[in-house]
Write a protein that binds this ligand. Structure first.
Ligand code: HEC
Length: 184
């Protein structure tokens, strides 16, 4: 039994040293201008979701979703997030395709997670991707405002839809749900 356990430990050590050795010899792919393989994407997304489920505190959004706060959220999004996640003109970001993994086009496919989940990702970022941790760049209330905006993109109140249209010339996804849907 002792030899068996020792065998397992030695195998693991050899694999780790071997892996590090191959990386140091330059065998590890580092190119970002290629899409991640499906298996890697699924594994990474599930690992991220489960890590957030495990670590994120279950807190309610302390910022009420008033028209003013949602419009603030839209502005914060446009200033800080649109570059990677797509602008309110609802065109996917051109830079978005240059990331490994590519950032989701949140403006077209908003997250359907709870607010505490989205807030945690925004506040702490996602390691080994281009997603920054925003806790050093944005205030707590601003992170909550952009969370409120993102999780309500498909059900924005009329005044916010109006603001969206005025600033971009394009209707928000909310307006579209009532009528026809040209983007699907
Ligand atoms: C420099 C590019 C970049 C910027 C700027 C950026 N993000 Fe991200 N974001 C990413 C990438 C890349 C991912 C994908 C991470 C992954 O695949 O796990 C991501 C993931 C996310 C997710 C998780 C989506 C999901 O499906 O779970 C949320 C939410 C998010 N970003 C919100 C924001 C907000 C809000 C801002 C602005 C305050 C922002 N991001 C700014 C690159 C960026």
């Amino acid at each position: 039994m002792r030899n068996f356990v020792l065998g397992i430990v030695i195998t693991i050590v050899v694999l780790v040293i071997g892996g590090a050795g191959l990386a140091l010899l330059g065998f590890m792919p580092t190119r970002a201008n290629t899409p991640p393989p499906d298996m890697e994407r699924h594994l990474a997304m599930s690992a991220l979701d489960n890590s957030v489920e495990r670590h994120a505190p279950r807190i309610n959004n302390p910022v009420p979703p008033t028209d003013d706060n949602l419009i603030e959220g839209l502005k914060i999004y446009t200033m800080n997030c649109a570059l990677c996640h797509g602008g309110i003109d609802r065109q996917p970001s051109t830079l978005g395709k240059s990331f490994y993994p590519p950032p989701p086009t949140l403006i077209l496919h908003p997250p359907d997670d709870e607010e505490w989940h989205v807030f945690y990702v925004i506040r702490t970022g996602v390691r080994y991707t281009g997603m920054p941790a925003w806790d050093k760049a944005l205030s707590e209330p601003d992170m909550w405002k952009v969370t409120a905006f993102l999780t309500r993109i498909e059900k924005l109140p009329p005044a916010v839809q109006e603001y969206w249209k005025k600033s971009s010339g394009v209707t928000s996804p909310t307006g579209e749900q009532a009528g026809h849907d040209e983007h699907k």
